[in-house]
Design a protein around this ligand. Sequence first.
Ligand SMILES: C[S@@+](CC[C@H](N)C(=O)[O-])C[C@H]1O[C@@H](n2cnc3c(N)ncnc32)[C@H](O)[C@@H]1O
Length: 237
Amino acid sequence: ADLGPDPADGSAPRPVTVLDWAEPALALGRELAARAPSAALRDARWRRARIDAALDVPPTGLVTVSYVLGELTPADRTAVVDAAAGAAEAVAVVEPGTPDGYRRIIEARDRLVAAGFHVAAPCPHSAACPIEEGTDWCHFAARVSRSSLHRQVKGASLAWEDEKFSYVAATRFPPAPATARVVRRPQTRKGQVLLDLCRDTEELSRETVTKRQGPLYRAARDTAWGDPWPPREDPAP
Ligand SMILES: C[S@@+](CC[C@H](N)C(=O)[O-])C[C@H]1O[C@@H](n2cnc3c(N)ncnc32)[C@H](O)[C@@H]1O
């Protein structure tokens, strides 16, 4: 991941520490980060550590828990999310976009909200998820390019794949939440775009935006799965 631009005022970016218990995973991360545009990532500290209930997380701005909850025991999962909540101003948890990954995200989300956090994304609210367990799962997709080795290992021919993920980002400070979030790939029909939205706690809803709606229709055509809806105004230059 790229952490975005380095501070414009020339001050040192906040230090980043990455934890994993496997040396090969740390080595690969180190190698990839060496080429990252962000100085914070290039200068990251790669620490071999076991992630479990004994993990000590010092106070920090952001803790990300990425694709690891599924590797832990239920007790360690809750302890790690609680430790992140106790240490950070913001917490982001990402899991594979499967029914099980989504379930773990909901568990983490519940713990973060119980610890006083506000959900910043993907949900436009911090109340219960409107999806009834077992009927659906909230997930999104990111297109990632495949190397030739990646294609060979997977027996695949396309130069990319859509990685499905579920996530929650929560903050101690109240965020400016989206009005709604597009929770499925938008469907484009002649003169219409159908958007499946999470808006509040009741249920997912579908909005049909038609050509007659002019600028809103053009915005809907440019809107992707996972985006906020309606699109946020760009800040005035
Ligand atoms: C699916 S990979 C995700 C890697 C990385 N966090 C990312 O998002 O790309 C899972 C990683 O969790 C690490 N892992 C699993 N259980 C762990 C534990 N208890 N403590 C530390 N690392 C663990 C594995 O070594 C592996 O690198």
